[in-house]
Design a protein around this ligand. Sequence first.
Ligand code: FE
Length: 341
Amino acid sequence: MKLYTMIALSALCLSSTFAVRADAQEVNLYSAQKEHLIKPLLQRFTDKTGIKVRLITGDASGLVTRLEHEGEHSPADLLFTTDIGNIYEAKSKKLLQPIDSKVLNENIPPAVRDPQGTWYGFTKRARIMFMRKQDKANAPKTYDDIAKPQWKGAVLARSSEDVYNQSLMAFMIYHHGEAKALAWAKGIVANLAHTPVGGDRDQLRHLAAGEGRIAIANSYYYAMLFGADPALHDEQVASKVIPVFLDQETTGVHINIRGGGVTRHAKHKKEAIALLEYLSSEEAQRIFADANNEYPVHPKVAPSDVIRGWGDNIKLDAAPLEEIGKLRRRAIILLDEAGWR
Ligand code: FE
């Protein structure tokens, strides 16, 4: 009996210690990343700091809606998502709060974080063009080139309802102004091989199968063709297409980010900032970027061998993504006006 009491008492002690500790040292993360791309990193963070991470995954727009509905009762301390379009949407709905972190400001270059501290980019991806290998000699040099009449019937691109093309349009507006960007989008529509269908990966498949001559897709979709994930690995497609990095003599290729920030009603703000700071560290940057074959944002961390294999001095656009984010709504209106379905 005495023994039982002792066990029961010590169990009670342990559980209450754990409860206090868990309450004080946890962070709730809403993430639009596929779980396997972020989970190993979160485990390392927990091992290092003792801070437990509760992960809730969902699609980008669903998580924003959820945060909106939950309001101050939301358990989320951090929102992590893809594309400045989605991140800026969360910011403009006041779902994120500004923070000030010397570590984040040192590790993340100003162009890929909010000057006000509501969001931070952690990996970069390029929105590039692909051609079939035999066509490379005639490759366009700029995004503008793809919209020229000589490429009539050549272009494979997903719908403009997708945030990736909205951000690409915002990039065109930022660098060339609305009038030129609209003319550009009209040119792309006139050059489409067929009505937009499928995602970025489908555009690569269509190109490899002999449709069109130019596909627009994010850089990591190409890397996936060579990768270890059997669901995405596709040597057939990989052997037929090559990436082309546009605007290398001018702005650099359009880039976007995965990133996020501390939610407005975060109950574990200190722990949330600790997680963001960890994700910006040299150790985490290597793992985070390599998991999806993206570019690290930390200037001291080199891209993976796969990415370096695409070319040593690829010029990436350096426009502040906050400005690209601000232009998203105009981009949607102009894409619609151009008839990009
Ligand atoms: Fe994607």
